[in-house]
Design a protein around this ligand. Sequence first.
Ligand code: GZL
Length: 327
Amino acid sequence: MTGITRRVALMATAAAAVALSTVAFAQEGLPKLEKKDTYKVGFAQTESNNPWRIAQTESMKAEAEKLGYQLVYTDAAGSAAKQVADVNSMIAQGVDVIFLAPREEKPLIPAVMAAKKAGIPVILLDRNVDQSLAKAGEDYVTFIGSDFIDEGKRIAEWLVQNKPDGAKIIQLEGTTGSSPANDRKKGFDEALAGKAGFEILASQSGDFARDKGRQVAEALLQAHPDADVIYAHNDEMAMGAIAALEAAGKVPGKDVLVLSIDGGKEAVQAVVDGKIAAVVECNPRFGPKAFETLARYANGETIEAWVKNVDKFYDPTNAAAEVANAY
Ligand code: GZL
């Protein structure tokens, strides 16, 4: 082999090695988390507009304090754009890891990718991102949260079991574009598809908020006076719907059944009082599991793509016994 040929061969080999290592890095691009005695942890919250979000934040703050970790907390006040900016600010502050509850599935992708590029691992809490745009184990560590499709399905199954002759349903959807709203609708709609006598008369977002839920319920009840079930994607909108029913002179639990998800103390008490027929829990107390997952990742464990929360179910058979334990 002549000198020139050998040099060309060596350069080709070197180029191939660089290319391979780059590809390898890209596949393993998930930033690692060094094992340390303490961490500077970011938690980017979506908003604090209801008891569920407040309970989640309190749980995260309490766990960080118990561990003696420094918590950089931000509240996006309901703006996905601000939540992206909040994550970028945490990156600039050099946090070790970011817990993110993405307000909506698509707009928070840039935040996930910016953290990855900065070498900071992201753990998604409570809400997920669009799986066609980002993947657990590649772009973020894992998603810790409930099975929202199953939550919607369990509500539908209760309805079929308890109203065998069918129902005319108003659905109050959560925040548009959020994974809980998308999936609680998907689970509910799919479980009722083809069930004789079950008709979804209208389905509209109340943004997981009590007053918006009341306003939407009021308007839809006027448009559909024959509705006999209201399925709310969370307790806040369910309580808003109860106010709308009572303002219209209807008796919740008698004229119209109200079904909900979250299982906060107020809603479970409403089950005891007969104003809510049944509620699927979606526990907001993420602190212990979030920081346990952080520790597992720092120990070098491969974390499963979905750390699934188990949800209880409250109805008249157990609400009185369980209300004290509800968040
Ligand atoms: C669900 C969470 C939802 C709650 C709502 O994990 O994202 O957001 O169900 C809250 O109450 O606003």
